[in-house]
Design a protein around this ligand. Structure first.
Ligand SMILES: [Fe+2]
Ligand SMILES: [Fe+2]
Length: 330
């Protein structure tokens, strides 16, 4: 595949959304220009009915024009704003475990987080509909979590390759792929001021952030087709030595899906630039992750991850900044 951070993933077209940056940019440009054009047209059409400059002066004429343009542009932008989620959805590269929902069906569902979090909406036996609702949440998260945009897609790509390297059976791969897509949707329940805070979090804020795996699992619980995936979502921040959260599971108690997401999650966190850290070099990240095999990570998963790296299947996004000091990589 040409888009995204990895190469070599086997994907069938019918289960894949490929990033459509040109179309997304064209839609965004059209949505931006439409209110301006309508505002200009409205002034042209209504100008003969204005008070003319020779009655009340040029200032009065300009005020009328500005009011007409602004009101009509506002009305149109209220309508075009509803199409904005389509640009987000078009900008995503996602691989689906089974059902690839329609982008045009998904986009309108992304702009109302409150509705997305409604259990009644999610409790559906229609798998196509459930897939659309679930992916709408991923798209909504892409907007809500501005500082780590693209994280879900990258983690999806990395962990999918680890799963293939470990030769997981189809059932486990299905669980893994849905778990990957949805592991962080609980961040939709974390306030913008904490989620997108530049710099470090206070202890209290960090405690709130640590609630997101539980919230992800809770949000997804009404989707019946995800029943077996939910433990993997809930436990993706557990660590092999039992010091993780939220349930302090240890070793084999941690669902395999969660162990794999944990490795992919950490790799992405260390190889991308964030407000509180610079992206680290691949060499440094690999050495650090290798050193955490058996403490933070399942050794089997780390071995599969390193094998995928060696084969060149996994490559991080280009680093924008220089190597930080080792103490920054905690
Ligand atoms: Fe997470
Ligand atoms: Fe994550």
């Amino acid at each position: 595949m040409s888009d995204g951070p990895t190469t070599g993933a086997s994907e069938t077209e019918s289960r894949t959304w490929s990033n459509r940056p040109v179309l997304a940019a064209a839609v965004r440009a059209a949505l931006f220009v439409a209110p301006l054009i309508v505002g200009w047209l409205a002034v042209r059409l209504t100008a003969p009915h204005f008070w003319q400059p020779d009655q009340f002066g040029i200032i009065a004429w300009i005020v009328q024009a500005v009011v007409v343009a602004a009101l009509s542009a506002k009305l149109v932008s209220q309508a075009t704003d509803r199409c904005l989620p389509l640009t987000t959805v078009l900008g995503m590269t996602l691989v689906f475990p089974d059902h690839a929902p329609s982008r045009f069906g998904t986009a309108p569902r992304t702009d109302n987080v409150k509705r997305l979090l409604d259990e009644q909406t999610l409790a559906t036996d229609d798998t196509q509909r459930a897939a659309e609702e679930a992916v709408a949440m991923v798209a909504a998260l892409g907007r809500h979590e501005r500082l780590t945009r693209g994280h879900t897609e990258r983690v999806r790509a990395y962990a999918d390759l680890i799963g293939q390297e470990m030769r997981l059976d189809d059932d486990e791969l299905q669980k893994l792929r849905w778990g990957l897509l949805l592991h962080d949707v609980g961040k939709l329940g974390i306030k913008d001021g904490i989620l997108n805070k530049p710099g470090g979090l206070s202890d209290e804020e960090f405690e709130i952030m640590r609630q997101h795996p539980g919230i992800s699992a809770q949000i997804m619980s009404p989707i019946r087709m995800l029943k077996d995936t939910i433990p993997g979502i809930r436990n993706h921040h557990e660590t092999w030595d039992g010091t993780g959260y939220p349930d302090r599971l240890k070793g084999d108690q941690i669902p395999m899906v969660a162990r794999i997401i944990g490795v992919a999650d950490t790799f992405d966190a260390m190889t991308t630039t964030r407000p509180y850290q610079q992206a680290m070099t691949l060499e440094y990240v690999l050495a650090k992750m290798r050193s955490m095999s058996g403490s933070r990570f399942d050794p089997l998963v780390i071995d599969a991850f390193l094998a995928a790296i060696e084969q060149g299947d996994i490559s991080p996004p280009a680093r924008e900044t220089q190597l930080p000091t080792p103490s920054e990589a905690s």
